[in-house]
Design a binder for this molecule. Structure first.
Ligand SMILES: Nc1ncnc2c1ncn2[C@@H]1O[C@H](COP(=O)(O)OP(=O)(O)OP(=O)(O)O)[C@@H](O)[C@H]1O
Ligand SMILES: [Mg+2]
Length: 230
């Protein structure tokens, strides 16, 4: 059976700085991510992992190259459409959660829908809160939550729109090993339930080992690719 391609990237280049301090953060990267696939990206600090993820998620624009995400060529769209892609078709999870402190758990999770003037489906929200283990904490503010709980809220916010792909940048970087394992098993449940792909940057070898495929970046390039043997 042919695997359906969620994201297809070719010849992606992103540089920062000017003439004298130019950094090639992403240097001619090509890759594909398939439906329901969990891809981990590892590599040394400064190798371009976050920059690549930000390009895939439409947070930054490449200098050159092509990104096709869920059938749409991101590199061809205008800023307003790119913002729409970020809101509706991708979900981001960051190391430090980035929750809005004045919103409670369910308001933080529903935020992408609110920004789109869409109503949250009560049953879907209830099911998601249950999956996240946050039903009892649905009215709590982020300052009242543990790190693991805050990260689970941010995962809920990333998945509420059922995006074709979730992007996570060191989502366990601020968590202890128990919470890290919980977050990874939650991601796996979400992939299965929502049939979404997951691209995750991680420094943690034991987490990368859980992925279907592990890409290693060095100096802006993908220098190694391993497929998990089952
Ligand atoms: N906004 C920016 N302005 C200038 N240089 C940047 C910017 N963002 C990233 N860079 C540079 O691009 C390169 C890649 O950075 P990136 O953040 O993608 O690395 P990383 O692999 O995620 O590293 P880490 O593991 O430390 O998070 C680095 O040399 C970094 O200094
Ligand atoms: Mg990074």
């Amino acid at each position: 059976m042919e695997k359906s391609v969620m994201i297809s990237v070719s010849g992606l280049v992103k540089t920062f700085g000017g003439k004298n301090n130019k950094v090639i953060a992403v240097d001619d990267v090509s890759l594909e991510v398939h439906k329901g696939e969990f891809v981990a990206i590892t590599g040394p600090s400064g190798s371009g992992k976050s920059t690549l993820l930000n390009l895939l998620g439409g947070l930054e624009k490449p200098d050159s190259g092509k990104i096709i995400a869920a059938g749409e060529e991101l590199t061809a769209v205008k800023d307003a459409q790119l913002a729409e892609y970020r809101r509706r078709r991708s979900g981001f999870v960051f190391q430090f959660y980035n929750l809005i402190p004045v919103l409670n758990v369910e308001e933080n999770i529903s935020l992408p829908l609110d920004l789109d003037n869409k109503k949250v489906d009560k049953k879907e929200l209830d099911d998601l809160l249950e999956l996240l283990g946050l039903t009892e904490r649905r009215y709590a503010y982020s300052g009242q939550l543990s790190g693991g709980q805050q990260q689970r809220v941010s995962i809920g916010r990333a998945v509420i729109n059922k995006p074709p792909c979730i992007f996570a940048d060191e989502p366990t970087g601020n968590l202890d090993s128990k919470n890290s394992r919980e977050v990874i098993s939650l991601f796996k449940e979400i992939i299965a339930k929502y049939n979404t792909a997951l691209v995750m940057v991680t420094h943690d070898g034991s987490i990368a080992a859980e992925a279907d495929r592990v890409l290693t970046m060095t100096d802006g390039k993908i220098t190694d690719e391993r497929v998990r043997s089952f």
